[in-house]
Design a protein around this ligand. Structure first.
Ligand code: ADP
Ligand code: MG
Length: 315
């Protein structure tokens, strides 16, 4: 869906901000780019919608080189959410959300319907919020409007550049949860930039870790945890002793009552964190078993979330 082939970006002689990047981002995937400040995340993201042009290599979206798209068509079909959402202060919430549909010359009633649908989708009551001005909203609510605006014309791809990093921890957690649910429901391809490992592990289908413009590791959250390729990740994994000690599968699983016979692969309720993770490497979710009976179900995201919350991060 989004393919980078040998993409480099040179802003000035002999310094590559992005160096020979190869990426295959799948349709419907929640793809997270992570790495320290200055490692090239924003540059990578902006090359997708051509806010920045690559110096070398090619980027394809849906099989077509982005240079071959009409630039407006390309940008209108890629939603973009920034850290400090730039809502137009003099416009209402509804008008802010409707910017791209207006550019696309949608009919008035279609736009109104869409605005209300999007407000519902991001958890803001349309009646209450559609006529407000941005300054009458909290930071978290403004970010929700930013997300709604990015999705307004139903783009296949949404780019998000540290969209929650300016928020307080509670709003951030809430928005992380909501964006994960939303993405599962609407099946958009999301490329999400963060420097927060905890956030990445919580929301990503796949994580790409960058350093100095290059990829140091790509993988699912559990692959990164189990097989860390950098000190940054290794530090984090090193802190797992604590998580292992407090890990209790029975407390994380969703219980199932009634006597269901054991069929396929399962995890014993006494399994350690490591064992649970390695079994879940192959399956999204598995039955949990005690004495040959299924007593519950555990899914990978729950375990990753446990790790993200209890793993003792260095932020
Ligand atoms: P990140 O988003 O990971 O913090 P960026 O992609 O913004 O990183 O920047 C990557 C590198 O490119 C940094 O060294 C940064 O200083 C440099 N850089 C970014 N934008 C420009 C620019 N417009 N002109 C020159 N150098 C830039
Ligand atoms: Mg950046």
């Amino acid at each position: 869906m989004i393919v980078f082939e040998n993409v480099s970006k040179t802003y000035s002689e002999n310094h590559k901000a992005v160096d020979s990047l190869n990426l295959h981002i799948h349709k419907g995937e929640f793809f997270v780019l992570i790495g320290p400040s200055g490692c090239g995340k924003t540059t990578t993201l902006k090359m997708i919608n051509r806010l920045i042009d690559a110096s070398h290599g090619s980027i394809k979206v849906n099989g077509k080189n982005i240079q071959d798209y009409n630039i407006h068509e390309l940008r209108w079909n890629i939603g973009y959410v920034l850290q400090q959402i730039a809502l137009f202060p003099h416009m209402t919430v509804a008008e802010n959300i409707a910017v791209v549909p207006e550019l696309k010359k949608w009919g008035k009633s279609d736009i109104q319907k869409r605005v209300d649908e999007l407000l519902e989708m991001v958890g803001l009551e349309p009646k209450v919020y559609r006529d407000r001005k941005p300054k009458e909203l909290s930071g978290g609510q403004q970010q929700r409007i930013g997300v709604a605006r990015a999705m307004a014309a139903d783009p296949g791809i949404i780019l998000m550049d540290e969209p929650f990093s300016a928020l307080d921890p509670i709003s951030r957690e809430k928005l992380q949860d909501d964006i994960v649910h939303l993405q599962k429901a609407i099946k958009k391809t999301i490329v999400f930039v963060t420097h927060d490992m905890k956030e990445a592990l919580k929301i990503a289908d796949r994580i790409c870790m960058m350093k100095g413009g290059a990829v140091i590791q790509k993988g699912t959250p559990e692959e990164i945890i189990r097989n860390p390729a950098s000190d940054f990740v290794r530090d984090f994994v090193g802190a797992h002793g604590a998580a292992e000690e407090i890990f209790q599968l029975e407390r994380l699983m969703t219980p199932i009552s009634g006597d269901r016979r054991l069929s396929t692969s399962s995890v014993p309720v006494s399994a350690s964190l490591q064992e649970t993770l390695s079994k879940l490497a192959l399956y999204d979710r598995l039955p949990v078993e005690r004495d040959g009976n299924i007593i519950g179900q555990i899914d990978r995201k729950t375990v990753i979330r446990f790790l993200a919350e209890r793993g003792g991060f260095h932020e």
